[in-house]
Write a protein that binds this ligand. Structure first.
Ligand code: XBP
Ligand code: MG
Length: 258
């Protein structure tokens, strides 16, 4: 059995419900600002989430849903500029406090930090989005929570590839068995499994609740708290009403005992 030493958190959909009313809206504002007639509805965006990474997602959209649009010669620069504009719109929303942490996230982060667990972020999103989300929700001492922020283009292959989790563990000199990953999506689950992290907790959201989470150790609707307990979709909280550090330690012990 390995000691539980670190929690590795996904961001979008896990720490905060950012996609439908955050990233999607920011993309549409960037498209409008650029004079493009592209509009990503909630339904279309749900399909586009199959591809992680905003730049990659825009290319997926053009290839699969708007083949009529001819990218200019400097296609990469065109996409990169659009993405910079989208990131500005998204971080503006964060600074306006429009996107809170999900229920139980701040409690769990604080409990984990006080219990001496090491914390990291492992996300596909742009690093600036992470720092702005954490600053706007945890305040100025947000950096005291996380030892490593593994985000975006720091690795060549985004989720479902395992690269971002492997990079985070390398930075922390951690063995996969010493970690517990927390995700929201099938792409995230595949990335964690590919990184050979055996203990994986999924918290579902509106876009991901029907995805395939094969390989997850525990699936809940939210991390929850005393006022708003978790519903367990698969697995066990060992009698706790919401996701606690004790329940995560017990889960990790069971998974790594084998
Ligand atoms: C979710 C993603 C990101 C966001 C958009 O990341 O796939 O691409 O949708 O952010 P995760 P960017 O669930 O791994 O946190 O436009 O900055 O990529
Ligand atoms: Mg996610």
């Amino acid at each position: 059995m390995a000691d539980l030493k670190a929690l590795l958190f996904d961001v979008d959909g896990t720490l905060a419900d950012t996609e439908r009313d955050g990233h999607r809206v920011a993309f549409n504002r960037a498209f409008e600002e650029a004079g493009l007639d592209w509009h990503w509805s909630e339904e279309l965006y749900g399909r586009l989430l199959a591809v992680t990474g905003g730049k990659e997602r825009m290319r997926f959209y053009l290839n699969e849903f708007n083949a009529a649009f001819q990218l200019p010669e400097n296609g990469d620069e065109f996409i990169a500029d659009l993405h910079k504009s989208k990131t500005r719109h998204f971080t503006d929303m964060l600074k306006e406090g429009k996107i809170p942490l999900r229920t139980g996230v701040k409690r769990l982060l604080t409990e984990a930090k006080n219990a001496g667990l090491r914390l990291a972020v492992a996300t596909t999103t742009t690093p600036e989005n992470v720092s702005t989300l954490l600053q706007s929700t945890l305040g100025n001492d947000w950096q005291s929570y996380f030892e490593v922020i593994a985000a975006g283009d720091i690795v060549p292959n985004k989720k479902p590839a395992p690269d971002i989790y492997v990079w985070a563990m390398q930075q922390m000199s951690l063995d996969p068995a010493e970690c517990l990953a927390l995700e929201d999506s099938a792409n995230g689950v595949k990335s964690v499994i590919g990184a050979k992290i055996p203990t994986l907790v999924v918290t579902v959201n509106g876009y991901t609740r029907n995805e395939d989470f094969t390989g997850a150790s525990l699936i809940v609707d939210q991390f929850g708290d005393a006022d708003s307990p978790s519903s367990v979709i698969s697995g066990s909280l060992y009698g706790d009403a919401f996701v606690t550090i004790e329940a995560l330690r017990t889960l990790h012990g069971e998974i790594t005992a084998g």
